[in-house]
Design a protein around this ligand. Structure first.
Ligand SMILES: Nc1ncnc2c1ncn2[C@@H]1O[C@H](COP(=O)(O)OP(=O)(O)OP(=O)(O)O)[C@@H](O)[C@H]1O
Length: 213
């Protein structure tokens, strides 16, 4: 479960959100929607530990999350809009690298985990290919496998269907629902309302429901 209490963020004298409170029960999917520039990505980056919050706290599975913007643990897995895969590494190595270097898993253990995750996401045939050989939807699923390989407490996605065709979008929907079924807590920033409807237990409209003044 993710619990957010009185979270505030400003850029200079511009308040992006103020006193934001939110509870996301374990295994639920929250979609965050709202117009461009309203602060959705800012919020996601704070949840992911990539940007500092000004005030407030976040608790994931009863343990506080570091909100300094320099979080070192991998408790929140992030999937970026542009995938951020390493182009010089195979799909499997993209997934197994961080578990070995950050979590110090033995190569065989990381490999077994990577193979299991990639197979589960329908990428068994692509394991030894390179990112340039994949479709956008396949890259997105590699990014999801890579995040899951760090065994995070939850996943956060930034516009995961942006630039994907209908078929790839459906695969992302299937993966998110499959992970939900397995109990993964997920937060998804999107401007795609039908997509939000297909995945979410709950939708937060960042434009209308969030305090900023
Ligand atoms: N580092 C920064 N310094 C100052 N202002 C920023 C910074 N990052 C973002 N902003 C501003 O904060 C506002 C919220 O940006 P953010 O990217 O969070 O919005 P968004 O809702 O994700 O938009 P989009 O859907 O277009 O990605 C925007 O007006 C943006 O210009």
């Amino acid at each position: 479960m993710l619990k957010i209490e009185n979270l505030s963020k400003s850029y200079g004298n511009r308040t992006i959100f103020k006193n934001l409170n939110l509870t996301l029960p374990a295994g639920e999917v929250l979609a965050i929607v709202g117009p461009s520039g309203i602060g959705k990505t800012t919020f996601l980056k704070i949840v992911a530990g990539l940007l500092p919050a000004d005030e407030g706290q976040m608790i994931l599975d009863d343990q506080p999350l570091d909100l300094s913007g320099h979080r070192k643990d991998a408790r929140v897995g992030v999937i970026f809009q542009d995938f951020n895969l390493f182009p010089q590494y195979s799909v499997l190595k993209n997934v197994t690298l961080a578990p070995q270097t950050v979590k110090h898993l033995r190569p065989q253990t990381a490999q077994a985990l990577g193979e299991q995750l990639l197979s589960g996401l329908g990428l068994a045939a692509q394991m030894h290919q390179y990112p340039f050989q994949l479709s956008g939807g396949q890259k997105q699923r590699v990014a999801i496998a890579r995040a899951l390989a760090m065994q995070p407490g939850m996943l956060a996605y930034d516009e995961p269907t942006s630039g994907l065709d209908a078929e790839s979008t459906q695969r992302v929907i299937d993966v998110i629902l499959q992970l939900k079924e397995q109990g993964t807590t997920q937060l998804v920033v999107t401007h795609d309302l039908p997509f939000a409807k297909a995945i979410a237990d709950r939708t937060l409209d960042f434009g209308n429901e969030v305090e900023r003044g």
